[in-house]
Design a protein around this ligand. Structure first.
Ligand SMILES: [Zn+2]
Length: 363
């Protein structure tokens, strides 16, 4: 299914990512004998395109090398910028992924999900799938591995039903099968979420990533069915260090897109091939996608439309819906307006918010 990754010899510096090339770019073996050190070992002959190697991809010809005096000087993204934006999100071939382990995680609200940890053949980051409901399972996790015992299978999470003290077999228990229940499962809600340390962990009100993650979990938990694919591509793919520099450039009067371009990064360096591969491994070929980002819809569907996005479900900031508890402030409003006006995100803007933005930006 997976073709070889195309060679692309482009010199690039990676300011933020510790990712190293994997030992082979062609059909790596995920046999039980393949240790993590094998996966991490470097091979100078292996040539992996930098955009696949690391989210910290810095194209040599990224525009935006001068500093505007005001945030309104930057204007809108040129066609070239937008092409670059879309190209960085599309991979010619899908990466190979394997679920290494999964575990049950109880939540504060009394519900629970399963956390699936993935490894892949293009970077050494631990990408995750947060899976709600019992019907979604990983093919690569469930596949039998050589020489493994029942205890091995239960330890890596390849069991059905629930673990309990004294359980000795990983297979289905007599009372746990319900085919009628599976037939009634609706098309799952899916969110492709990129890691954001500042917004999810460090209480930042510059973006709404933490709120979006919470809202996705709330919706999926309520439906009892859904997946958040959590990709380790911080700062729209440029890494935390570069993101912090971009924040300083924003405080100097640039918006989030211009700040990235000034740092010679694409406005959006993320790619979604890993998400497509993870969803396919989870047996999901038709999904409802929670996003405001039109590029993401096309990118997640994969180079050969491996996945069908049946419906796009918008994510409206809580504050814009008049719900208390959401992220508020000048920074987040500027950030969201930049996403709408310069990155084509589709978020309905409330009238009051629109007027205050126009006043603020002198439109
Ligand atoms: Zn964020």
């Amino acid at each position: 299914m997976m073709g070889p990754i195309p060679d692309q010899a482009v010199g690039v510096h990676e300011p933020t990512s510790p990712a190293k090339p994997v030992s082979s770019t062609k059909s790596p073996s995920f046999s039980p004998e393949t240790s993590s050190s094998d996966l991490l070992s470097t091979n100078s002959n292996a040539e992996v395109p930098p955009c696949l190697l690391s989210p910290a991809f810095t194209p040599p010809s990224t525009p935006g090398t001068s500093t505007p005096r005001t945030s309104t000087q930057a204007g809108v993204l040129s066609t070239h910028d937008q092409d670059l934006n879309i190209q960085s999100s599309l991979l010619e071939t899908l990466p190979e992924v394997e679920c290494q382990v999964r575990a049950r995680i109880p939540m504060n609200n009394g519900r629970q999900f399963f956390l699936y940890l993935y490894r892949n053949n293009i970077d050494n980051k631990e990408h995750l799938a947060i899976v709600f409901g019992d019907t979604i399972r990983s093919k690569s996790l469930d596949a039998p591995r050589q020489h493994e015992t029942e205890m091995d299978r239960m330890t890596r999470g390849a069991y059905t039903g629930r673990l309990f003290p004294g359980r000795t077999a990983s297979g289905p228990e007599p009372s746990s099968q319900s085919s009628t229940q599976q037939a009634a499962t609706p098309i799952p809600l899916v969110r492709i979420h990129s890691e954001c340390y500042t917004g999810e962990t460090a209480w930042s009100a510059r973006c709404d990533c933490g709120e979006q993650l919470d809202e996705a979990a709330r919706l999926m938990s309520a439906e009892g069915n859904g997946v958040v694919v959590y990709l380790r591509q911080e700062g729209r793919g440029i890494g935390l260090a570069e993101k912090l520099k971009a924040y300083n450039l924003q405080d100097l009067g640039n918006d989030t897109v211009t700040a990235n371009l000034l740092l010679r990064h694409p406005a959006d360096a993320r790619s979604y091939g890993l998400a497509t591969s993870i969803l396919l491994d989870l047996g999901l070929s038709t999904i409802r996608l929670l996003t405001n980002n039109p590029v993401k819809v096309a990118a997640v569907e994969g180079p050969n439309k491996e996945i069908l996005v049946k419906e796009r479900v918008p994510m409206v900031p809580l504050a814009w819906k008049g719900i208390k508890g959401g992220i508020t402030g000048t920074e987040i409003n500027d950030y969201l307006n930049t996403k709408i006006n310069r990155m084509g995100h589709m978020i309905p803007v409330p009238q009051q918010q629109q007027e205050s933005h126009e006043q603020h930006s002198g439109i």
